[in-house]
Design a protein around this ligand. Structure first.
Ligand SMILES: O=C[C@H](O)[C@@H](O)[C@H](O)CC(=O)O
Length: 271
């Protein structure tokens, strides 16, 4: 199995809190991006103190209360399934702060991390503040919810976006990469994908590959798997009959999303 593919864990963290995924510098080749996915039962709490990192808390499903112990946001979250295809609420917590999440309902919560040295204001990012894009045409159409795009300068290094790709369509396609710090042509952003598939027995194909093919992994990605993208192109193909969701976390030395399309496949944009 590819080292870039992470299957679902089910590690109890505390009463009512289960760790589904954790990606960090100790267990991955990533240096900028960190990721956790946790399930929290109603009434249970999860707390964390941040060092020199910032965190975007995404209410993937369910409703939560989030406190940084100065401000408290209740009723955070908008959906019971990501396949309701509507944006959700998130909360940004900056470096050297702590937070506590309390589940108001059964909740699945993504914790998206990246480096941060200059403390910024804690911020509730309402679903209505997500910019929504209908990207692509023909069979590479996808719905994009920009939670923390590079146009939002309220954070230091974190980029967070979620993507819905319908049956028999491709996304992150034509294949693109952002793995060299060579602006204005391209930025260096590591990336994680947290995938969900509807119906849940489904799978999608994701390939992660470099121009020289020194990295070339093609994975069958199943429901609630994570794919790590340290470098390279990273297209996703969705089989007929299934709908794909993924949550992306990106970060690198500069908070700019400037990708480079694989020249072999860029022609599809000219149709
Ligand atoms: O680089 C960003 C990620 O690959 C996805 O968010 C991708 O851009 C989604 C898409 O355009 O299909």
């Amino acid at each position: 199995m590819s080292t870039l593919l992470r299957k679902l864990q089910q590690q109890p963290l505390s009463t009512g809190v289960t760790l589904l995924h954790e990606v960090n510098q100790d267990n991955s080749p990533l240096h900028y991006v960190g990721f956790k996915m946790i399930d929290i039962e109603p009434g249970a709490t999860y707390s964390e103190s941040l060092g020199e990192i910032e965190c975007c808390i995404v209410a993937v499903t369910g409703k939560i209360t989030v406190s940084d112990h100065e401000q408290t946001f209740t009723g955070v979250g908008t959906r019971t399934s990501v396949f309701e295809k509507k944006p959700t609420d998130s909360v940004y917590i900056s470096n050297d702060r702590s937070f506590t999440i309390t589940a108001e309902t059964m909740a699945r919560v993504a914790l998206c991390y990246s480096p941060s040295l200059v403390q910024r204001a804690t911020r509730l990012i309402l679903a209505s503040e997500n910019s929504v894009e209908h990207r692509g045409k023909y069979n590479n159409q996808r719905l994009v919810h920009n939670i923390l795009p590079d146009s939002d300068d309220s954070v230091n290094s974190l980029l967070v976006v979620e993507v819905i790709t319908e049956s028999a369509n491709w996304s992150s396609y034509p294949p693109h990469k952002h793995d060299v710090d060579q602006l204005p042509a391209e930025s260096l952003l590591e990336e994680t994908y947290y995938h969900e598939i509807d119906p849940a027995q489904g799978f999608v194909f994701q390939r992660v590959y470099t121009d020289d093919r020194s990295l070339d992994e093609t994975m069958a990605v199943e429901h609630r798997n994570v794919v790590i993208v340290p470098a390279g192109y990273h297209p996703v193909g969705v089989p007929d009959g299934y709908t794909s969701y993924y949550l992306n976390v990106m970060a690198g030395p500069k908070r700019i999303w400037k990708f480079h399309n694989d020249p072999d496949h860029e022609w599809i944009l000219q149709r």
